[in-house]
Design a protein around this ligand. Structure first.
Ligand code: ADP
Ligand code: ASP
Ligand code: MG
Length: 402
């Protein structure tokens, strides 16, 4: 007998029919004698719908109340699933984040998991019940509901698997594994049998939505292998783990894109020491995360500093830079929201020169202009026009994988 954590995403529980189907998967696992803990997301587009409802009433609603609202989506799913499983006469209980003692930091909307007390879950498992836990939510030191950021139910699942020392953590979704690019956008994308934590972490952080990046971070830290598979088909999925066999053969593991970026350019900054420090220190104090940075020579004795931030940080970054125009002494600020970041990821990249050249050749052939470039040992990212994203991903994927 094993302890298995299974997570089902929004499309896997979108309607009554899907819930019944997933109830079969869960109860079959249970009937094989396993202890089963299940994490569920909100149904279908529920989270987006809740966001829209809030926006209609107050576009500047307090983050605390936003989390209060968003957490209800997952609570609906667990209650409905418990009803479906109850109908099958299998013992089951649904529990919210706070009921399972999932403690988080205080940041509403982007809370991080600090601690999980598995006591209640263990008690329920000892009673031979299937335990359904609401994903994406926890409780902070003020006793308030928090949420973990979009896609956060994956992280709930991994946190529970780690806390309960689960034998297996399965992430069921609407595709049957991790592919070399988003299989919905790139028809030629290939399924990976295995992918390493490091590569998966890069892919997830660079926009491959299939796993929440923090879930991968946690799985790596505690060496919890994950299996990504489809709740729609019975195909074997992709294993995410520490060391992967094929790394040497395929030095590129995938292509990812991210439209949640904006580029800000400070034009006409004085060409003296300390300017970059002043700019980025200011942004750090505002808790704005900066990604790609480019400094270039401007006109007579001046330079331009451009950088990218997440779209929802762009207004805040712009405002703080405008507020400090006199201290920073620049000419003007430019902001561009119509950009996207496209990246190739691969653990074998360091030992294979020419990856960047191949990627740039693909973009050149597809007539895609590069605005910024950034590289690390395991990835190369470029910033391009948002409208070129799908074309760029397809062209790069073709170049490396066909
Ligand atoms: P869930 O609701 O189950 O959490 P998500 O929508 O968050 O599902 O993630 C699954 C989606 O991730 C897929 O439908 C697919 O379009 C997208 N995706 C992006 N990149 C990849 C990739 N490299 N491999 C697989 N899926 C990907
Ligand atoms: N329901 C949340 C979202 O849509 C969390 C999740 O699905 O993982 O982002
Ligand atoms: Mg998801």
């Amino acid at each position: 007998m094993a302890l298995i954590v299974q997570k089902f995403g929004g499309s896997s529980v979108a309607n009554a029919e899907r819930i019944e189907h997933v109830a079969e998967i869960i109860t079959n696992t249970y009937k094989r004698g396993n202890d089963v803990v299940v994490v569920l997301s909100a149904q279908g587009d529920t989270t987006d719908d809740l966001l829209a409802k809030a926006f209609e009433i107050n576009p500047y609603a307090s983050p605390r109340e936003m989390d209060m609202l968003l957490a209800t989506g997952e609570q609906q799913s667990i209650a409905l699933m418990a009803m479906a499983i109850g109908r099958m006469d299998v013992p089951v209980v649904s529990l919210t984040g706070w009921q399972v003692g999932l403690e988080t930091t205080s940041t509403y909307g982007a809370a991080r998991i600090k601690k999980v007390s598995g006591t209640r879950i263990r008690e329920e498992l000892d009673r031979r019940r299937i335990v359904l836990v609401a994903g994406f939510q926890g409780i902070n030191k003020f006793g308030d509901q928090t949420t973990l950021g979009r896609g956060g139910s994956d992280t709930t699942a991994v946190a529970l698997a780690v806390a309960l020392k689960a034998d297996l953590c399965q992430i069921f979704t609407d595709v049957d594994g991790v592919y070399t690019a988003d299989p919905r956008k790139v028809p030629g994308a290939r399924k990976m049998q295995e992918v390493s934590f490091d590569e998966m972490l890069e892919l997830a952080s660079l926009g491959a939505q299939v796993l929440h990046n923090r879930s991968v971070e946690m799985a790596k830290r505690y060496n919890m292998n994950l299996e990504v598979l489809s709740s729609f088909t019975a195909e074997p999925g992709t294993i995410v783990k520490e060391a992967v066999k094929q790394v040497e053969k395929t030095y590129i593991s995938g292509v990812a894109s991210d439209k949640n970026v904006a580029r800000i350019a400070l034009v006409g900054v004085e060409d003296t020491p300390g300017e970059a420090f002043k700019v980025f220190n200011l942004l750090a104090r505002e808790k704005v995360n900066v990604d790609i940075i480019l400094q270039s020579i401007g006109r007579s004795d001046s330079k331009d500093i451009s950088f990218t931030v997440k779209k929802n940080d762009a207004d805040r970054a712009y405002r703080v830079l405008m507020d400090h125009k006199d201290d920073l002494g620049y000419d003007h600020v430019d902001i561009n929201q119509d950009v996207a970041k496209v990246s190739v990821v691969g653990g074998g990249m360091v030992d294979n020169p020419g990856v960047a050249a191949t990627m740039f050749e693909a973009l050149y052939e597809a007539h895609v202009n590069i605005k910024m470039i950034s590289t690390s040992e395991i990835k190369i990212s470029v910033l391009i026009n948002k409208d070129d994203t799908d074309k760029a991903v397809a062209a790069i994927h073709d170049k490396f994988f066909s």
